[in-house]
Write a protein that binds this ligand. Sequence first.
Ligand code: SAM
Length: 302
Amino acid sequence: MTETTQTGGAAPGAATVAHSVVRLPPGLYFVATPIGAARDITLRGLDILASAEVLAAEDTRTLRHLLDIHGVALSGRPLLAYHEHSGAAVRPRLLGALAEGKSVAYASEAGTPLVADPGFQLGRAAIEAGFSVFAAPGPSAVLAALTVSGLPSDRFLFAGFPPATRAARKTWLREMKTVQATLIFYESPKRVGQMLIDLAETLGQERRAAVARELTKRFEEVRRGTLAELAAGFAGQAVKGEIVVLVDRAATIRAGAEEVEAALRERLVHLRVREAAAEVAEALGLPRREVYQMALRLEGER
Ligand code: SAM
């Protein structure tokens, strides 16, 4: 059966958005949904939501709203709530539907399921039971933020939400200090100011970074600068909305030798070798031992 529905109240002759009801092969379909702008859903994502025999969602109201916007009818199909608290109870029902040869579509509240959202355990259980698992890829705040950050995109580490308490967060951040990749964090607006201070203190004041807020929405904003500048900019500000924080990789001494040498020479005029090395390592987010070796060499040349 194929049904084509026009949505979006398009004027005659204007481009239209359409979805089709199709016969889906049995299996579990993870469908990415918008992180803001409702039209950021793929046509295939809509087809799957219009066609799956069983629907499940982290937030059923949000999914219903999205289906309404795009003119997708539920048509009596079951829509189950599958979230952090209901997962263990609802998973067997979804696996049961898969065992009956049905197609099951799952959407998290926003963005890509499994990315700081439920879905991993469901996907793993489906795979272990031998069912097919499919992705309908689409929006995710990680990639949207990386795209607009101006930071290197060749290699990145998505670290999710940092621990909420300061001591745990700083210990957790220290483990990432020398990672050679752009670091990407999700953070709540309440904590972003303190998070930027902690990032500057643990990874280095001078590291380049970006804060992406409310991407694809009305109050979208991207701030870019060093961690010290961003921390100062957010200090004492009440921030609202959804936020991604991105931090450039640690400079390697080889890559930034001139910068490190200049910083050391400046300090060696008035500091001992050990103190100068400690300050520079801290400011540039570099391994102390390597900076100390460089400082010793420069001191020997003086
Ligand atoms: N599964 C989602 C994804 O693929 O991006 C992420 C879900 S996670 C529970 C929600 C977090 O994602 C927010 O707290 C925020 O850090 C980030 N986020 C989601 N939408 C965003 C947006 N429009 N702009 C900036 N960050 C966003």
